[in-house]
Design a protein around this ligand. Structure first.
Ligand code: CAA
Length: 240
C-alpha cells in the first residue's frame, strides 16, 4: 500500500524537493503551504501533488488540516516538519515580533504537527517523523538568535519524542542542512553570502535535492533502527 507523507512548507525550496522526491519514490504526498498561493498552485500543476493551505503555527489549524488530509489520502505514515522562516537581526535590534514569529513558525509548528499525528501513529505502531533543523541551530549564527534557538529546539524535541515513540514503531529524526541554494539563502546580502560560501569546504551551496535524498532515507523502512539522530548535511562547514 502507498504510504502517505505530509510535508510542511512543501511547495517551495527544500520542501518542494522533498515532496517531489518522496512522490517519485511512490509515496502519496500532501504538501502544506501558507503564504504563497501562486507558487503553490504552480507547484501543484507542475507536479500533480496535492496542496493544502494552513498556518502550521496555529494548533487548531493543524488539527483540522491533518483531519482533512487523513480523510482525503489516508492515515499519515510520514511527517516532514520543514516549514520555516527567517527574520534576521542582531538581538539588540530585534523586535519581539521577530522572535515570536520565528519561534512559532519554526518550532511550535513541530509540536503542533507532531501532536496531531502521534496518536494515530502510536495506535498503528508505525511512523516516521523528520524534522528539518539547521546548521545554525548547531553553531549559532550572528543575526539569528531567534532562528538558532528554534532550530536547536527542534533537535531537543526530536531526541525527547524519539524516546517516547521508540517502543511504538515510530522513529523521530532531525536533519541539519547547511546553506542550501533556496530563496531564503538568496535573500542574504551578496557580500555576506560570499563570506559564508567561502567557509564551505565543498566550495558551493547545497541543493534542495541533496536534503530530499536524506529525507527519503529517514522515511524508509530500512531506517528503522535510526531514531533521535541529527543528520548533518553542510558541505563540511561545521562539525559537532
Ligand atoms: N560576526 C561578527 N560580527 C558581525 C557579523 C558576524 N557574522 N556580521 C556582522 N557583524 C558586525 C558588523 O561588522 C558590524 O560591526 P561594526 O558596527 O563594528 O561595523 C555590526 O556587526 C553590524 O553589522 P551590520 O551593519 O551588517 O548589521 P545589520 O543589523 O544591518 O545586519 C544581519 C545584521 C541582518 C544579521 C546581517 O549581517 C545578515 O543578514 N547576516 C546573515 C545572517 C545569516 O546567515 N542568515 C542565514 C539566513 S539562511 C538560513 O537561515 C537557512 C539556514 O538554515 C542556513
Amino acid at each position: 500500500m502507498q504510504k502517505v507523507a505530509v510535508v510542511t512548507g512543501g511547495t517551495r525550496g527544500i520542501g518542494a524537493a522533498i515532496s517531489q522526491r518522496l512522490k517519485k519514490a511512490g509515496y502519496k504526498i500532501a504538501a502544506i503551504y501558507q503564504g504563497n498561493h501562486k507558487a503553490a498552485e504552480a507547484f501543484q500543476k507542475q507536479t500533480g501533488i496535492s496542496i493544502y493551505k494552513w498556518d502550521v503555527s496555529d494548533f487548531k489549524a493543524c488539527q483540522e488540516g491533518i483531519k482533512q488530509v487523513t480523510k482525503n489520502l489516508g492515515e499519515i505514515d510520514i511527517l516532514v516538519n520543514n516549514a520555516g522562516i527567517t527574520s534576521d537581526g542582531a538581538l539588540h535590534k530585534m523586535a519581539y515580533k521577530q522572535w515570536e514569529d520565528v519561534i512559532q513558525t519554526n518550532l511550535t509548528s513541530c509540536f503542533n504537527m507532531c501532536r496531531h499525528v502521534i496518536e494515530p501513529m502510536r495506535a498503528r505502531e508505525f511512523g516516521r517523523i523528520i524534522n528539518i533543523s539547521s546548521i545554525n541551530g548547531q553553531k549559532g549564527q550572528f543575526g539569528q538568535t531567534n532562528y538558532s534557538a528554534a532550530k536547536a529546539g527542534i533537535v531537543g524535541l526530536t531526541k525527547a519524542l524519539a524516546q517516547e515513540s521508540a517502543a511504538k514503531g515510530i522513529t523521530v529524526n532531525a536533519i541539519a542542512p547547511g546553506y542550501i541554494n533556496t530563496e531564503m539563502v538568496q535573500k542574504i546580502p551578496e557580500t555576506i553570502l560570499t563570506q559564508i560560501t567561502n567557509q564551505i569546504p565543498i566550495g558551493r551551496l547545497g541543493t534542495p535535492e541533496e536534503v530530499a535524498n536524506a529525507v527519503l532515507f529517514l522515511a524508509s523502512d530500512e531506517a528503522g533502527f535510526m531514531t533521535g539522530a541529527t543528520l548533518t548535511l553542510n558541505g563540511g562547514q561545521y562539525y559537532l
